[in-house]
Design a protein around this ligand. Structure first.
Ligand code: AMP
Length: 275
């Protein structure tokens, strides 16, 4: 079982004891699934020891979002990590946001549009907590999932701009047999909703084929309609963007990425793929 620490001071002491070994960090909100474990495995491939942080970060949720309902399963998470992680950092909100906390990091560039259009608070919350986690741990590398592709680009930008003490590594999305990206939020889905959720990745793959053959806007539009026809209640966006900047496409020879967010009932799912 990993050593569990709850304060920044304890985390620094625990990591200092492991040095000079190479340390990898995997920031998470817990409710760990095989997708999180794949990030830990990726970190282990490059490092001697892995630190997993488990913190449901209040500042990245809006008041109307699922902060209270978000699954919290620390005991099961520790059992799942077993010997794979040396340290789990599971701070309280008070530890991460001490009384009078008044600092927020905003990242421009890749945070513009997409998630920000629907969750305007989100990336400032992510950037602030990720900066604090990386400054607390000073790992050699930190692994983030492509599942949250815009977040990965925002974190890369953040780490570069502030010279945070970690190299940022992106890891591929782990999926269920029907292609649904693993997510802690999949636990909210009823069996019929879970069926509908499985259509998202299929529709994105169809959109990629359409996009390669012709008009990008037509591919986005057809995917939006297909999601609604499949039973999604609303579609926040389906967008084909530059894979490195997330800017609108001007040059189709550059790498492109299709990204989507859609809701089934109250559950909001996101996914993305290389075009
Ligand atoms: P979360 O706990 O949802 O904040 O996710 C923690 C990290 O796990 C983030 O870097 C996510 O991108 C990553 N992650 C979430 N789901 C998956 C997945 N299905 N495959 C790979 N990584 C994932």
């Amino acid at each position: 079982m990993p050593e569990v620490v709850t304060t920044v001071a304890e985390l620094r002491q625990a990591i200092a004891r492991l040095r000079p070994a190479r340390i990898g960090m995997v920031p998470t909100m817990g409710a760990l699934h095989a997708g999180h474990v794949s990030l830990v495995t990726a970190a282990r491939e490059q490092c001697d020891h892995v630190v997993v942080s488990i913190f449901v970060n209040p500042t990245q949720f809006a008041p109307n979002e699922d902060f209270d309902a978000y699954p919290r399963t620390l005991e099961a998470d520790l059992a799942r990590l077993g010997e794979m992680a040396a340290i789990v950092f599971a701070p309280t909100a008070r530890e991460m946001y001490p009384d009078g906390f008044a600092t927020t990091i905003t990242v421009g560039g890749p945070s513009a549009g997409l998630e920000t259009d629907f969750r305007p608070h989100f990336f400032a919350g992510v950037a602030t907590v990720v900066a604090k986690l990386l400054l607390a741990a000073s790992p050699d590398i930190a692994v983030f999932g492509e599942k949250d592709y815009q977040q990965l680009l925002v974190v890369r930008r953040l780490a570069r701009d502030l010279a945070l003490p970690a190299r940022i590594i992106g890891a591929p999305t782990l999926r269920e047999p029907d292609g649904l990206a693993l997510s802690s939020r999949n636990a909210y889905l009823s069996p019929p909703q879970r069926q509908i959720a499985g259509r998202l990745n299929v529709i994105l793959k169809e959109a990629i084929i359409r996009a390669r053959q012709g008009n990008l806007w037509a591919a986005e539009d057809a995917a939006t309609r297909a999601l609604l026809d499949s039973g999604f209640d609303s579609v926040d966006y389906v967008a084909i963007r530059d894979a490195e900047s997330l800017a609108e496409i001007h040059d189709r020879r550059r790498p492109m990425r299709i990204l989507a967010a859609a809701k089934i009932g109250k559950t909001r799912l996101i996914d993305n793929m290389a075009v």
